[in-house]
Ligand binder design. Structure first.
Ligand code: G4P
Ligand code: NA
Ligand code: NA
Length: 194
């Protein structure tokens, strides 16, 4: 998505070879017009998939799940995060290991809002190690719903998230794919040339 790549080039702050800050327009302050465009793009890509529900994790996936839900005309649900505790009967849970925080946490979704009748699109802001997203795919599997695919706003293609998901046979679409980055420089994978 060209407009997104340009914005990342212009406003993204590359803090190291692995961390990209996009706080000014994506995940702290949010450019609402851009978020809606992102949602429409996911809507276009997954238009033929009979999606019934969009799924994400709090916090910074929410605005894009909402935008995708608007575009597809379906509700979105966000998984809640908490420290690992014994779970109640009424939720699906998955364990996620956070590489940045070096600790595990649980994500959970009420059983009421996901079930075998659903076809799910998972949406998130970043595809990095894939840990959180794999947790969500586990929840979808447990619920009996069908997973139509995963849509990410920014993929750091030099990390292992995409291959973890593809190994599980999951269709992955990212709107901006970063091949490599270093302070002052971002190199995108050109979708057209693939
Ligand atoms: P993921 O690939 O499944 O997202 O999992 P990972 O454990 O690698 O990422 C941990 C958290 O860090 C995620 O946020 C992810 O969105 C975020 N993240 C990963 N790489 C970057 C990056 O380069 N820049 C920024 N800004 N964020 C990154 P989260 O735990 O879901 O937290 P939240 O911010 O959504 O609340
Ligand atoms: Na996130
Ligand atoms: Na995040």
């Amino acid at each position: 998505m060209k407009i997104l790549e340009e914005r990342i080039r212009r406003e993204g702050q590359i803090l190291s070879d692995t961390v990209l800050k996009v706080d000014s327009f994506l995940n702290h302050q949010v450019d609402t017009g851009l978020a809606l465009q992102i949602g429409r793009e996911f809507g276009r890509i997954f238009a033929d998939e009979q999606i019934t529900k969009v799924l994400t994790i709090e916090a910074s996936g929410i605005q894009f799940a909402m935008a995708a839900g608007i575009a597809l005309g379906v509700p979105f649900v966000y998984a809640k995060k908490k420290k690992a505790v014994t779970q109640a009967e009424e939720v699906y849970t998955a364990e996620v290991y956070s590489f940045t925080k070096r600790e595990s946490y649980q994500v959970s979704i009420s059983r009421r809002y996901l079930g075998p009748e659903d076809r799910v699109l998972i949406v998130d802001d970043f595809l990095a190690t894939g840990a959180a997203l794999v947790g969500l795919t586990d929840i979808v599997a447990e619920s009996g719903a069908e997973l139509a695919g995963v849509g990410c706003v920014i993929e750091k293609s030099f990390q292992e998230g995409r291959s973890l998901l593809e190994e599980r046979g999951i269709r992955v679409h990212s709107l901006a794919r970063i091949a490599a980055m270093s302070p002052g420089q971002v190199q995108f994978i050109d979708e057209e040339s693939l």
